[in-house]
Design a protein around this ligand. Structure first.
Ligand code: CP3
Length: 349
């Protein structure tokens, strides 16, 4: 644990801050020319698994934009791979995990022995980054939520109708619960490994929690995230939960013990503040597509979001989901500068 104070962590703990911190989900990636250059020579998984390359692409957006936090460059699907599924990223088709997990035997065959060893490249990347990051830039480690990982493990690839996971929810819930138990253990160990290696904050991505009917969201997603938050609390690093699916999910996560909740772009941020802002800090929630718009539109939307908090601490500026490919780099620079300037001005009227 470090004694260094950061704008990002101070904000999460609602200490008074001079301005609103900003970082962007998927801030390292294909919209950046320097990332594309690395990818011309190495495939995506090679970048993830080579600590020097993963550290380099983590640093790229920090150098270019000066974001207030860095996020480890990796992918949520390296955990299913470490448990024994085969992982591939097919150009223009996204990830493939095989074989799909469709039976109790396949759940039992997932092997969590030596999980840390199989993911030791992540541990190395984190330690490298802690040496290379600017002293005022904290490193966010991350994992997928157990439910979101289960969706990919059961479907095997991105899906529109979630046929396999939804069938299992209704036909064989016990199988899913066994898988979620196993994943909760694995995710907890994986996050503790990242914290011990130097991650100063954690974010759990629950990208698909919102496909559940709301009355099942706690049972299949939120409760497992709560369990993980409870177990990593002792390490004293702030934890953010990001679920995608509107205000009703946020209400269910209010009492999760998380220090910060991600707000997606479906949610009105002022309403989010009313519903959960007294309990947790909030992060979000500009629609990523706004960055295709004019600077006038972008600044107007940023104003709206910043005004929902006024001079109060407890808000980390971010998008409501990951940045889209082909986002103009210039608009990202504009966003960062504008959030800094405007949030400083709001605090010093
Ligand atoms: O935020 C960052 O900059 C850190 C790196 C990061 C990546 N993936 C790199 C990546 C993080 C935090 C993730 C998380 C992730 N991965 C999530 C949860 C967050 C979310 O966006 O909902 C999910 C669902 C995945 C799974 C995944 N990885 C998919 C579906 C895809 C293909 C679609 C896509 O966006 O390309 C990926 C690939 C991926 N992960 C890329 C990057 C930079 C693109 C790979 C490339 O270079 O071609």
């Amino acid at each position: 644990m470090t004694e260094q104070a950061y704008l990002y962590t101070d904000t999460i703990f609602k200490k008074p801050v001079p301005r609103t911190p900003v970082w962007i989900m998927r801030q390292a990636g294909r919209y950046l020319p320097e990332y594309k250059k690395v990818r011309d020579n190495y495939d995506f998984l090679t970048v993830c698994k080579t600590p020097e390359l993963a550290a380099e692409v983590t640093l790229q957006p920090i150098r270019r934009f000066g974001f207030d936090a860095a996020i480890l460059f990796s992918d949520i699907l390296v955990v299913p791979e470490a448990l024994g599924q085969k992982l591939e990223f097919l150009e223009n088709h996204g990830p493939r995990l095989s074989p799909q997990i469709l039976s109790e035997t396949e759940v039992q065959n997932l092997d969590d022995n030596n999980l840390e060893e199989r993911l030791s490249y992540v541990e190395k990347t984190v330690s490298l980054l802690r040496r290379e990051l600017p002293v005022n830039t904290p490193l966010i480690g991350f994992s997928g939520s157990p439910f979101t990982l289960a969706v990919y493990m059961i479907e095997g690839k991105p899906t529109r109708n979630f046929k396999y996971i939804k069938s299992i929810i209704y036909k064989e819930p016990a199988l899913l619960i066994n898988l979620l138990d196993k994943l909760s253990e694995a995710v907890t160990r994986y996050l503790i490994m990242q914290i011990k290696a130097g991650a100063q904050a954690i974010q759990i991505f629950d990208t698909w929690g919102g496909i559940l009917p709301i009355h099942l969201f706690e049972k299949f997603s939120a409760d497992y995230m709560k369990r993980i938050v409870g177990k990593i609390k002792a390490f004293n690093v702030p934890v953010t939960l990001f679920s995608r699916g509107g205000i009703s999910l946020l209400k269910k996560l209010r009492d999760s013990g998380a220090d910060m909740l991600g707000v997606d772009w479906l949610t009105d941020i002022a309403e989010a503040r009313k519903e959960a802002g007294d309990i947790a800090a909030l992060q979000g929630n500009l629609d990523p597509a706004t960055l295709y718009g004019s600077k006038e539109i972008i600044s107007g939307e940023i104003d709206r979001i910043l005004n929902a908090f006024g001079r109060e601490s407890g808000h980390v500026f971010n998008l409501g989901h990951g940045i889209l490919p082909d986002t103009p780099v210039d608009n990202v620079s504009f966003l960062v500068d504008y959030v800094w300037e405007k949030s400083t001005a709001i605090r010093n009227p």
